[in-house]
Design a protein around this ligand. Sequence first.
Ligand code: NAD
Length: 291
Amino acid sequence: MSSLTAKILDGKALAKKIHQELKQRIEILQPQKQRPPGLAVLMVGDNPASAAYVRNKERACTKVGIASFNRHFPADTTQQELERVIDELNQDSRVDGILVQLPLPKHLDPIPLLYRILPEKDADGLHPLNLGKLVRSETGLRSCTPAGVMRLLKEYNLELSGKRAVVVGRSILVGKPLALMLLEQNATVTIAHSRTKDLPKLTREADILIAAVGRTELITADMVKPGAIVIDVGINRVEAKDGGKSRLVGDVDFDNVAAVAEYITPVPGGVGPMTVALLLQNTVDSYERNA
Ligand code: NAD
């Protein structure tokens, strides 16, 4: 194991700071609004990872003073039933943010559901109107994970203008919106994906390397330019060999890459807590704007 020389981008600490700021904003706004902000997370089925994320979000809401209107549906819930509930929540003046916890069971199509959420209550920033605003660099609700990554880079005053950024992963949830946000900050951005040829050659050119793939230790030390900023979005569960407790790891071989990079995010404690913090921030932003 190599020795760590990179500085840690501490998402856990920054998320805590953001929670504190949000709590104060809510305390100021609540007397005039006569209600707390509200967030509704819709979950279908019993995916254990999703259940853990939903619990995390609910705990964070309680801490900052956001009311949870979470709904948990059985795995065989129909598309029509979910659409009906979204319509109901769209009309509910106590609810400022609505999000559908993905992935959904196979028989459900998430796209019409994401379209159905009112854009001004779209806490996850995945409605096409909000994605369109991002493309145009307009103010709107932005996807929480990429927005969390950008906030973390900003916190550490890391200059992005003119830098080479390589985003590995092109999902609508992380890779694509993150590439647009980096471009907005004047980075020169390349998106790599499963069909990219010679990934190591590309990643070695990156001043800022983002891994958002979902593959344990895809990014090894020889793929990283010395002095790079490495952001690990991946969350992978690794079973213990001796049958002990499983653990969470990212897409980056942390120990070895930390000996080459200048900055690195840990997993857990990096991007994960930032995603939750930005979800709460989106909810409070909507609360402030909505009647
Ligand atoms: P996804 O499966 O939708 O997308 C994965 C992307 O990786 C695809 O675009 C694919 O082209 C690319 N890819 C696959 N294999 C590749 C390879 N060998 N080389 C290069 N690219 C390859 O996943 P997602 O929703 O974008 O999530 C990615 C990871 O981030 C997952 O581990 C997920 O759990 C994690 N995630 C973390 C957070 C967080 O808060 N930290 C939030 C969302 C997602």
